[in-house]
Design a protein around this ligand. Structure first.
Ligand SMILES: Cc1ncc(C[n+]2csc(CCOP(=O)(O)OP(=O)(O)O)c2C)c(N)n1
Ligand SMILES: [Mg+2]
Length: 617
């Protein structure tokens, strides 16, 4: 039995029959397809999606944004489902490169279907084709190779039969997942072929909970049982494995404190007795002191980015040893760790049994409790700051946190907000804190909010976005209105890049290029540019309002919640008033020679601080 279909029709027919399954719960894996059409896909995938509406189609405004939305959808679904994205050739395709990289860094499954130049070649160069004199087997879509986990180009219809199952294997693989690219030459998309009927049968991809090596598990248990200052680091893998309860039980029964990376934040509620908060460059004092002194660090589902390891200065105990629980072998081996390569939940359950009876000492337990209360006092202080307008960012975070419900989802990605939120946000449910900080892509915020809302339409989604990020990519507000997917956007306007301005000054410079002001001579030190964000958001169809004081902000957030459509609350915040770092450092290389005394001083301090960087061999 065969079905005569075009390549594009076969892709749609195949994708809508793919399911994922974990812990006996089943999900349609590809829940729809974003697309922006052009000559490279309108008559191919466009035709197929128009004909077969069982794979819902979504129109977005920008190709990069739709990949972020798809990745956010996957992240909010703990990687059990995702969306596909189709584009035309040339700029439509390459607009997705940043989105693909962000998805791959964050280990998020997204299926990207860029159009490609004619396989037939006789009409080349086609509109938007970048020719190569070196080979006819090259197109701009080759740019996706370093940013994807699986890359293929379909030159003839039968290749689909072996390519799409590979794409699904990678997308549903906990260890290999990331962006998957299937390049589709525009002529091939429309070619008909007799596809075997079985290709369109319902197929279930079981997402495994692999066990780690049992001998290594016993060794890990021995290491833990002789440890005096053990520390658990919860990374994104805890969430993607839905291992939060296993982690909570493990931490509670052993007394081992838990700190969190950006991706792992929310694994435990902020008021869990073993939770010591954010770790690393944007960490809390307690977590960073515990990391500095720890003799055994148990990293779960973490990539140990420089923000987590404080550029390899976080772990200063000369005897420190690492045990890494990670589904990806590559990460499990980091820091010369004892690698427990396996699923977080099943490994934590097994480790729990293997360390049965182990408890941290009373003094350590008391210290954890003290760090916790001290930190809550500090958060209350920052939340409670009362300033005349422009108000502080910490105050905005406090007002918003107090106005949100446990089931609300907070989405953010770049600027100074991620660092402040990592420290200050009181997360109450796993998934309530949605931060893209693997690639920290300006522009992810609103697009990501859209993806999170698509995954959980019954929850309120709050997007926190800086003025810089908003100006880079705000256009998916239009998509949210079109889809009736309401977002609550809070735009913090500090007239520029507060984060990078601070960084510039920290490196001895003067913050050039980080203020949104009129040019005066060589510098941008004129008046603030008159960007009217309230009018801008309203022009895209959102309900928008300006809030100047804490009271106005609280009232605006309350109105936004009851509003039926996407809202944008614009609040001016102080550029200078920032939340400090605690007990940590970040390696940003400072100029080794300069005519500026400030740069020379910064370099001296930098060289001193670098001495703490450690190699774990
Ligand atoms: C696409 C992209 N370009 C550049 C950067 C580098 N960068 C990080 S934060 C930032 C400024 C963000 O400005 P804004 O959104 O206003 O946040 P603020 O720093 O003021 O909090 C820049 C340029 C980035 N992360 N992403
Ligand atoms: Mg800003």
């Amino acid at each position: 039995m065969v079905r005569r279909m075009t390549v594009a029709q076969a892709i749609v027919g195949f994708l809508r029959n793919q399911y994922s399954k974990r812990d006996s719960k089943e999900y349609q894996f590809i829940q729809g397809c974003f697309g922006i059409f052009g000559h490279g896909n309108v008559a191919g995938l466009g035709q197929a999606l128009e004909q077969d509406v069982q794979l819902p189609y979504y129109l977005a405004r920008n190709e990069q944004a739709m990949v972020h939305a798809a990745a956010a959808f996957a992240k909010a679904s703990f990687r059990l489902r995702t969306l596909a994205c189709t584009t035309s050739i040339g700029p439509g395709a390459t607009n997705m490169v940043t989105g693909a990289a962000a998805a791959t860094v964050n280990r998020m499954p997204v299926l990207l279907l860029p159009g490609d130049i004619f396989a037939r070649r006789n009409v080349a160069p086609v509109l938007q084709q970048l020719e190569s004199s070196f080979s006819q087997d090259v197109s701009v879509n080759d740019c996706f190779k370093p940013v994807s986990r699986y890359w293929d180009r379909i030159e003839c219809p039968e290749q689909l039969l072996t390519s799409l199952p590979e794409a699904m294997r990678v997308l549903t693989s906990p260890s290999e997942t990331g962006a998957v690219i299937i390049s589709l030459p525009q002529d091939v998309q429309t070619e008909a072929f007799d596809f075997p009927e079985e290709f369109f049968r319902k197929r279930i991809w079981d997402i495994p909970r692999n066990r780690c090596d049992q001998q290594l598990l016993r060794r890990a248990a021995e290491w833990i049982s002789v440890s005096k200052k053990p520390l658990l680091i919860a990374g994104g893998g805890v969430l993607y494995s839905e291992a939060f309860e296993a982690l909570s039980t493990f931490a509670q029964s052993t007394g081992i404190p838990v700190c969190e990376t950006q991706a792992g934040k929310g694994a435990l509620p902020f008021n869990h007795p073993q939770e010591v908060g954010a770790v690393g460059v944007t960490g809390t004092p307690g977590a960073n002191i515990l990391a500095r002194e720890a003799d055994v660090v148990i990293g779960i589902g973490t990539r140990y980015s420089d923000f987590t390891s404080a550029s390899k200065t976080a772990f200063q105990n000369p005897m420190v040893r690492f045990i890494n629980i990670n589904v990806t072998e590559f990460d499990a081996f980091k820091h010369a760790a004892l690698p427990l390569t396996g699923d977080a939940r099943v490994t934590l359950d097994e480790l729990q049994a293997a360390v049965a009876g182990f408890q941290v000492e009373e003094g350590y337990r008391a210290r954890i409790a003290r760090f916790r209360t001290d930190w809550e006092t500090e958060v209350d202080r920052i939340y409670g700051v009362r300033k005349d307008p422009p108000i502080s960012q910490g105050e905005v975070i406090g007002a918003l946190n107090e106005a949100t419900k446990p089931s609300d989802i907070m989405v953010c990605a770049a600027g100074s907000l991620p660092g402040d939120l990592h420290k200050l946000w009181r997360t109450r449910q796993p998934g309530g804190y949605h931060m893209e900080y693997g690639y920290s892509t300006m522009g992810y915020e609103i697009a990501g909010g859209l993806g999170a809302k698509m995954a959980h339409p019954e929850h309120e989604v709050f997007v926190l976005v800086g003025d810089g990020s908003y100006l880079m990519m705000a256009q998916e507000i239009v998509t949210s209105i079109q889809e009736n997917l309401k977002l609550n956007i809070v735009l913090l306007d500090n007239h520029g890049f507060s984060s990078i301005g601070g960084l510039s000054r920290g490196c001895g410079n003067e913050g050039m290029g980080t203020n949104y002001r009129y040019r005066r001579g060589a510098k941008y030190d004129g008046d603030v540019l008159p960007v009217d964000f309230v009018a801008n958001a309203a022009s895209l169809g959102a309900w928008s309002i300006r809030a100047r004081t804490r009271e106005e902000l609280q009232a605006a957030i309350a109105s936004a919640r009851t509003e039926g459509r996407t809202s944008v609350v614009v609040v001016e915040t102080s550029y200078e008033d920032r939340v400090p770092g605690y007990e940590t450092w970040w390696d940003v290389a400072v100029a080794e020679v300069s005519t500026s005394q400030a740069v020379k001083n910064a370099r001296r301090k930098y060289e001193e601080a670098r001495k703490k960087e450690r190699l774990f061999l």
